[in-house]
Design a binder for this molecule. Structure first.
Ligand code: GLV
Ligand code: MN
Ligand code: MN
Length: 426
């Protein structure tokens, strides 16, 4: 790697460890839902460390952090910037790499460019997107930037704990009107690139250093609510009940056999089930199932929504109770842009890293960015393919490879002549 600008590996690894401590729970996982106390503390730590490094941190209307280098931007601040970044919120009992790797590597790359006073043709900015994991809405921060929300939509959002987004956001100093006004116009970002762990087993299994993401799946989801009747658990005969939980169970168990009808790559997950009123001796009056479904092709994901809706309606009819379907707008599949993919490949080759093209079954803010700017993603191996779990692990060497490939990619996207920006760094 000599001759190429590289990240400060020790600093990046130390940052990952520090960030992994925010929200660390007794099971060894990370609980850091967006706008939780742990998330706010992590954001404050990140902001302070950027400011200490001489970088500027701005918070946009929805809560995305935008990090820049004022000195590097002198004379070029009005040019469309290259964006890089990820998220630092986590799924419940999640790991310490999903999101933090791409966020901290983005900041580390910017810090290195800043330290070395690298002359750029356009600004490089590091973005930390808010609520990627959908405590309130999947890809919230990037959706606000690319498709936009109206304030009424934001008013409706509720968190996993049932809290209203509007209340939590206001308590954190947010303003819904400002949140609804952050929309970007196509062309306002020159290009976008995100580093992320693979979250699957392919790269490790094949011994490949870096995945060049070819495209990101289409994702749909929402809430299916069965409404039955509350009755006494001891006195109501089994054939006289309208048990909403049984309807939900019937619906859920039909899905694995049903979804392959939209294609073998279909996946469906029902990770949240809620029953009301929630008494062990009360037949459930209401059962809510939160559904997540995905397919690499948008039309197939749309077909999945139809199949799942039909199954819910069949169950309600057969069991003689009511059902309500509340689907969120489908996030379309996003092919990654050839220009960015080529820059990633060139950067990896210059570092001697092997690459392969790889699709992403996970959702990422990059799929929203792809609707307004040429976008790409860099994957690095996940040990045993584990993710969304405390077992999530990416080896230090892969962390550093990924960050160095990101830095080389940024130089290619932000400098007219990348060779002129390379130099001995240490
Ligand atoms: C994000 O991790 C997702 O794929 O849901
Ligand atoms: Mn995730
Ligand atoms: Mn992620």
């Amino acid at each position: 790697m000599s001759g190429l600008l590289s990240v400060d590996a020790d600093r990046l690894l130390a940052d990952l460890t520090t960030l992994g401590g925010f929200g660390r729970n007794g099971a060894g996982g990370v609980d850091r839902a967006s706008f939780s106390a742990a998330d706010l503390a992590a954001r404050a730590w990140l902001t302070a460390s950027c400011v200490k490094a001489g970088l500027r941190v701005e918070v946009d209307g929805i809560g995305n952090l935008v990090v820049s280098s004022p000195s590097l931007e002198e004379g070029i601040a009005d040019r469309a910037p290259v964006w890089t970044g990820s998220h630092i919120d986590a799924v419940p009992n999640g790991g310490m790499y999903d999101g933090p790797l791409g966020s901290l590597a983005a900041i580390e790359c910017l810090r290195r460019l800043h330290e070395e006073h690298v002359a750029l043709e356009r600004p490089v900015r590091a973005i930390v997107y808010v609520d990627e994991e959908g405590n309130y809405a999947h890809l919230l921060g990037s959706s606000a930037l690319t498709r936009g929300f109206v304030a009424d939509e934001l008013q409706e959002l509720r968190g996993r704990d049932g809290d209203r987004f509007a209340d939590t956001f206001a308590a954190a100093g947010g303003d819904l009107q400002a949140a609804a006004a952050v929309r970007l116009t196509p062309g306002s970002v020159h290009a976008s690139v995100e580093l992320h762990i693979e979250q699957g087993p392919v790269l490790e299994r094949e011994g490949v250093d870096v995945g060049v993401v070819s495209g990101i799946v289409s994702i749909g989801g929402g809430t299916v609510r069965f409404m039955g009747r509350a009755d006494h658990a001891g006195t109501t005969p089994m054939d006289a009940r309208k048990d909403a939980v049984l309807a939900a169970a019937d619906f859920i168990t039909r899905l694995p056999a049903l979804v392959p009808r939209a294609g073998a790559a279909s996946v469906v997950t029902t990770g949240i089930v809620r029953a009301r009123p929630g008494g062990s001796n009360v037949v459930a009056e209401e059962a809510e199932v939160v559904v997540d479904f995905r397919h690499p092709a948008t039309e197939k994901a749309r077909q999945l929504e139809e199949l799942i809706s039909a199954a819910a309606l069949d169950v309600a009819r057969e069991r003689e109770l009511q059902v309500n379907l509340d689907w969120e707008p489908l996030v379309p599949a996003a092919p990654m842009h050839q220009t960015v993919r080529n820059a990633i490949r060139e950067s990896a080759a210059a570092l001697g890293c092997s690459t392969r093209d790889i699709p992403s079954g996970a959702g990422h803010d990059s799929q929203n960015l792809a609707t307004i700017a040429p976008t790409g993603m860099i994957f690095v191996p996940s040990v045993d393919g584990r993710s969304h779990s405390p077992s999530e692990l990416t080896r230090d060497r892969d962390v550093v490879h990924g960050a160095d490939v990101l830095l080389g990619t940024l130089l290619r996207l932000a400098a007219a002549q990348p060779a002129a920006a390379t130099q001995d760094s240490h």
